[in-house]
Design a protein around this ligand. Sequence first.
Ligand code: FES
Ligand code: FES
Length: 151
Amino acid sequence: MRISLRVNGVERETDCWEGESLLFALREKLGLSGSKNACEQGECGSCSVLLDGTLVCACLVLAAQADGHEVTTVEALANGGDLHPVQQAFVDAGAVQCGFCTPGLVVATADLLSREPNPSDDEIREALSGNLCRCTGYAKIFDAVRLAASR
Ligand code: FES
Ligand code: FES
């Protein structure tokens, strides 16, 4: 089937089969490999994107469900060569190790701060509870979120 969707402000079209995930379509059909595929089961959050402004795991959304809708991926955050403030805060706080979880965490953090510019630790914990990181132990990630909020 053919789908058309608006991705990062650009109208895109692609073919997909009925069971294809939005994550697969983004990465393999539309050339947007920023969203990572770590579990493909909705467990890790590495594939986090916004669908019509709502944070979702792209691996759990069918590409067909995005037909006619708006998708925002991590690629939309940076402005040319300038990192998004959340991305810069992750770098500055040392919250990136292997980096596999980072795109999803950055998207989830940007989403949190757009709704709550000054989140409590509990709100940060809740907002990022769907994003797993195997490297950092989370302390630096919390530092990065607080740093981004303070800026
Ligand atoms: S790859 Fe989608 S939640 Fe892990
Ligand atoms: S930095 Fe490696 S999984 Fe988070």
